[in-house]
Design a protein around this ligand. Structure first.
Ligand SMILES: C[C@](O)(C(=O)O)[C@H](CC(=O)O)C(=O)O
Ligand SMILES: [Mg+2]
Length: 283
């Protein structure tokens, strides 16, 4: 079983490619969240459940290829009904996912912090959780409930309890609107909890220490690295357009040395050299 629950509390930055995951590990984070919102934006697409399981599994595999940091994967609604959820969990786990998050939204899903979303019935979600639970061998199942915004806090608490009873390992109560609401859920739900600290949504900015004190086991910052990178790229392009040179923004750029360090360039170079030298000796 994944060891994600060994820690008392884990701060989890969102990532959308292997480079971001490598950077997160380098900065001391113990897990990353492969965000659907960030990944789809990086593809130039909306977060409306339009990407395929193959695309998502491929990104999990690519991240897993270069780093052993545990990856929590946002699998949206599970890519379909019970049978699809089964296959989704199998594919994501095989690709290296440590935990897989499935939410109780109606398809096409949307960002949990937008208005106008809908939730599926409890029964329908129970089937998905059972299916996910049967499919997984060593990954953890995170059940996200979007019901707070649609049916109120008590429905979210009720669903959380049911989802845990049906085999979910972690509960993700989506789009809570205050510290008091996070506290309410923590007091009422006896299960490992994950808080979502996304920006520009329904949740005010709350720091990691507060979530830890409230008893949450994880806090994700799902789209923060994407938003920071997006802003940085935009400003860089503006400078290039107006100045025709990068002279004035050199301090904003990661150096080649740092970039190569992040991707373990030297390891591959040495590896190749060692093999070539061994071959020479053998001749
Ligand atoms: C956590 C989330 O599912 C994501 O895809 O990262 C999004 C985040 C966001 O859009 O800000 C969400 O639905 O909360
Ligand atoms: Mg998402």
């Amino acid at each position: 079983m994944s060891n994600l629950l060994d820690e008392k509390f884990t701060v989890v930055p969102g990532v959308f490619n292997p480079f971001a995951a490598l950077l997160a590990k380098r900065n001391g984070f113990k897990a990353v969240y492969l965000s659907g919102g960030a990944l789809t934006s990086s593809y130039g697409l909306p977060d409306l459940g339009m990407i395929t399981i193959t695309e998502l599994a491929d990104m999990v595999r690519k991240i897993h290829e270069v780093t052993d940091i545990p990856v929590i994967v946002d699998a949206d609604t599970g890519f379909g009904e019970t049978l699809n959820v089964y296959r989704t969990v199998r594919l994501l786990e095989d690709a290296g996912a440590a935990a897989i998050q499935i939410e109780d939204q109606v398809s096409p899903k949307r960002c949990g912090h937008l208005d106008g979303k809908e939730v599926i019935s409890r029964e329908n979600m129970i089937e998905k959780i059972r299916s996910a639970n049967m499919a997984r061998k060593k990954s953890l199942i995170i059940a996200r409930t979007d019901s707070r915004a649609v049916k109120g806090l008590d429905e979210a608490v009720e669903r959380a309890r049911i989802y845990i009873d049906e085999g979910a390992d972690i509960i993700f109560p989506e789009a809570l609107t205050s510290v008091d609401e996070f506290k309410y859920v923590a007091d009422k739900v006896d299960a490992p909890l994950l808080a979502n600290m996304t920006e520009f949504g329904k949740t005010p900015l709350i720091d990691a220490g507060t979530f830890e004190r409230l008893g949450y086991r994880f806090v994700i910052f799902p789209v923060t690295t994407f938003r920071a990178a997006a802003r940085a790229m935009d400003e860089t392009l503006k400078a290039l357009k107006s100045d025709g040179t990068q002279k004035n923004i050199m301090n904003n750029l990661m150096t080649r040395a740092e970039q190569y360090d992040v991707i373990n360039y030297k390891f591959y170079e040495d590896f190749d050299k060692n093999i070539a030298e061994r071959d020479k000796k053998m001749l």
